[in-house]
Ligand binder design. Structure first.
Ligand SMILES: Cc1cc2nc3c(=O)[nH]c(=O)nc-3n(C[C@H](O)[C@H](O)[C@H](O)COP(=O)(O)OP(=O)(O)OC[C@H]3O[C@@H](n4cnc5c(N)ncnc54)[C@H](O)[C@@H]3O)c2cc1C
Length: 356
């Protein structure tokens, strides 16, 4: 039996879900095709935090992304009837008096005041070592990306809008319409995360992928309710369980947890966590990172009905909602994408002989 929809979306990670949700809100028909070959959104820490905590610089377009993302997720949570957004303060351990100065210097810059608290906090948790106080980033929290995925996929399945299978690029025909097996569509949007590497239409794009690993620890009696950041993030998930991460590895592109990364995380954690803990879980995934650290959005140079939504890197939670809106306005209303996120910036890497 043949099916006709406006859009086919490949991938059901944060990117695919954000795009699908935009279509649902516009009453536009779509079908999602996805397997579980990539799992960045499944294992992600889910933090949203506008400030890069190494040098106290604001992330690209952070204010605009947050302003759009927060109501977007709120509406999604109401629609799915799940609690996915947990507003949790994030505290950066300051290691030296010089870091305290750097914090205040950064806070003086235009646009920074909104996200950086103007006073430091003395440490009140005996299990944590922070002799030079802690600085609070404002408007931070944690999105339960795994719960969002399972709830959204259950909704799609119920609606008959999810095909849980591997997308076979060989079966795709791009003419005036998109044809994939018995499915016909006006557009196809690829959002396969690091799986884009297998996509013959878009694998010319410089997606390099960065593996990340996270531990789940149990630390009875610690009682910390805020996200603590030093060499690693420690994220409370309730009942004295905490997620600890993440690592950044550029060579290994598998989603298999390694002993080496586990030891690296434990070592970094022990620098500020001074009470015993037990490691009870360990996950890994590949972040879809791009050489210039910006998303990859746009339309294929040869096929006007074939689009890409990728490159969320290590900040998919903040980037996904606004970027999905920008891509849909680009496709539907011909609105130009901002240059810095449009795949047009990599046009010189594409050759019609290789990728037509
Ligand atoms: C350890 C770790 C911690 C992280 N922590 C955070 C964090 O705290 N905050 C934050 O904002 N971000 C974080 N990230 C990054 C975040 O996970 C990503 O930015 C985001 O999830 C990417 O979403 P995506 O949909 O592009 O890719 P993915 O989540 O990888 O989803 C891609 C989907 O496409 C499917 N797919 C791929 N190829 C095919 C195919 N051929 N056929 C069918 N389906 C296919 C995959 O199976 C998958 O379902 C973290 C990542 C990792 C690995």
């Amino acid at each position: 039996m043949s099916t006709e929809v406006e859009y086919i979306i490949v991938g059901s990670g944060l990117a695919g879900i954000c795009f699908a949700e935009q279509l649902r809100r516009k009453n536009t028909s779509f079908l999602v095709i996805s397997d579980e070959s990539q799992c960045a959104s499944e294992v992600a820490g889910g933090l949203y935090n506008p400030l890069i905590l190494k040098r106290f610089t604001l992330a690209y377009n952070a204010a605009e992304q947050l302003d759009y993302a927060m109501p977007f997720y709120e509406e999604l949570a109401t629609f799915l009837k799940v609690e996915i957004d947990h507003k949790i303060p994030t505290l950066r351990i300051l290691n030296t008096p010089a870091e305290q100065n750097t914090w205040y210097e950064a806070r003086d810059k235009r646009g920074y005041e909104r996200f950086m608290k103007d006073s430091f906090e003395s440490n009140s948790n005996e299990g944590i070592q922070a002799p030079h106080q802690l600085a609070e980033v404002l408007e931070t929290g944690k999105l339960d990306t795994s719960l969002l995925r399972s709830a959204y996929k259950a909704y799609l399945k119920n609606q008959g809008q999810l095909l849980e299978q591997r997308f076979d690029y060989g079966k795709l025909q791009l003419r005036s319409k998109v044809q994939y097996n018995a499915i016909q569509a006006k557009h196809i949007v690829f959002s396969e995360g690091y799986g884009l590497k297998q996509n013959p239409y878009f694998n010319y794009l410089p997606l390099n992928g960065t593996k990340g690993e996270l531990l789940l620890i149990h630390c009875p009696g610690l009682g910390e309710t805020r996200v603590i950041k030093s060499g690693v993030f420690m994220i409370p998930v309730g009942d004295d369980f905490y997620r600890v991460g993440a690592t950044y590895k550029w060579k290994d592109k598998t989603s298999i947890p390694t002993e080496e990364s586990k030891q690296e995380l434990i070592e970094k954690l022990k620098k500020f966590l001074k009470v015993p803990f037990e490691v009870v879980g360990h996950v890994a995934g590949v972040r879809p990172t791009v050489t210039d650290r910006k998303p990859l959005l746009g339309t294929h140079p040869s096929y006007p009905n074939c689009h890409v939504f990728n490159g969320m890197g290590s900040r998919g939670v903040m980037i996904g909602p606004l970027a999905s809106k920008q891509l849909i306005s680009h496709i539907e209303d011909k609105k130009p994408l901002p240059e810095e996120i449009s795949i047009d910036r990599f046009r010189q890497l594409w050759s019609p002989q290789d990728h037509s």
